[in-house]
Design a protein around this ligand. Structure first.
Ligand SMILES: Nc1ncnc2c1ncn2[C@@H]1O[C@H](COP(=O)(O)OP(=O)(O)O)[C@@H](O)[C@H]1O
Ligand SMILES: N[C@@H](CCOP(=O)(O)O)C(=O)O
Length: 318
């Protein structure tokens, strides 16, 4: 029996200073995985697509399989392959939903990336990486209301990625500051990305626009010159955080506590409620993790993790 399994890591959209333009893939330092998995195996038919879900957050998914983004990925994958005979074989697809939904950890992106990487590997790579990434952005846009690549690109390619806005080269990988630990804390409540996008203003002041451009340029220069202090000094969100933080109980207090505990930067992961703190040593990261667990988690679904940037991105694991 033919079988393929794909894994796609969670990601931090925006990295605070780069709304829709920067994203970072995550790998917990304890060696565990943080991301969804999709398993594809041959089936006997007569239907072409059988679907099952399991994993910790499976019960939070839409009950109608057609509403699951993985099913929609399959439909678009087949279309993109020109409905060729080579992919008209019955399959059973199982989504292992390990990421909470509406968490700010790129949960839908992780399902999308794992599904498309898995399907492409199972059917012997009919689509190029560029075609896959284009499709991933389209699927993410279907869920959140507008196409943004800052979760799908890092989850697919790994590393810290910069979205170029160019059709031919959608995303590029940036250098990573290797000493940084990224502490994440999911509060255990849900924030819909689509709703969190709707509350943002349609236009911004000249001052905010200049700050946004300057910080992004300085951050990228600092990554290329491995200047950790300069990079963390410009991690401030002038686009989304001022409007979104009211959706996040205890956000300002959590930031204050993390900075007092030695974190170099703090911000919202994606559209929240997850927050992230950048720390320059493991000792600081463990202290910050403790503070976040005590102060920011709201329900028994919440969790913290100390991570590094996942450099590899999505992988075919079996
Ligand atoms: N496989 C899937 N993973 C996550 N969300 C899914 C999936 N399939 C469908 N959905 C729906 O997509 C929406 C995802 O919400 P969103 O706030 O964008 O989550 P996230 O920010 O965690 O990606 C929810 O309405 C959810 O029910
Ligand atoms: N750039 C997007 C990122 C959304 O990330 P998610 O993990 O909350 O889906 C935004 O900020 O809207």
């Amino acid at each position: 029996m033919k079988k393929t399994t794909a894994y796609a890591p969670a990601s931090i959209g925006n990295v605070s200073l780069g709304f829709d333009i920067l994203g970072a893939a995550l790998a917990p330092v304890d060696g565990s995985k943080i991301g969804d998995e999709v398993e594809i195996e041959s089936a006997t038919g007569p239907v072409l697509f059988e679907f099952a879900v399991d994993g910790q957050f499976a019960n939070k998914l839409p009950t109608e399989p057609r509403e699951n983004i993985v099913f929609q990925c399959y439909q678009r994958f087949i279309e993109a392959c020109g409905n060729s005979d080579a992919i008209n074989a019955p399959i059973k697809v199982t989504l292992r939903k390990n990421l909470p939904i509406g968490s700010g950890l790129g949960s839908s992106a992780s399902s999308i990336v794992a599904a498309l990487v898995g399907l492409n590997a199972y059917f012997d790579a009919p689509l190029s990486d560029h075609q896959l990434l284009t499709l991933m952005g389209e699927m993410e846009g279907q869920i959140s209301g507008s196409i943004h690549y800052d979760n799908v690109a890092p989850s697919f390619l790994g590393g810290i990625t910069l979205m170029t806005g160019l059709t031919e080269s959608i995303a590029v990988k940036l250098p990573v500051i290797s000493e940084w630990y990224w502490v994440i804390c999911y509060a255990g409540i849900n924030v819909s990305t689509a709703e969190a996008r709707k509350i943002l203003p349609a236009s911004y002041s000249l001052q905010d626009t200049l700050t946004f451009g300057r910080q992004l340029a300085v951050f990228i220069q600092a990554l290329h010159t491995q200047n950790a202090k300069m990079a963390s000094a410009v991690i401030h969100d002038v686009i989304a955080e001022p409007h979104r933080k009211r959706l996040l109980p205890g956000f300002d207090e959590a930031r204050q506590a993390c900075i007092s505990s030695g974190a170099s930067a703090f911000g919202i992961s994606g559209s929240g409620p997850t927050v992230f703190a950048i720390c320059e040593s493991l000792d600081i990261a463990l202290q910050v993790e403790k503070v976040l667990a005590q102060q920011y988690i709201q329900t028994d679904k919440g969790f913290t993790k100390v991570c590094r940037v996942e450099n590899q991105g999505a992988t075919v694991t079996g």
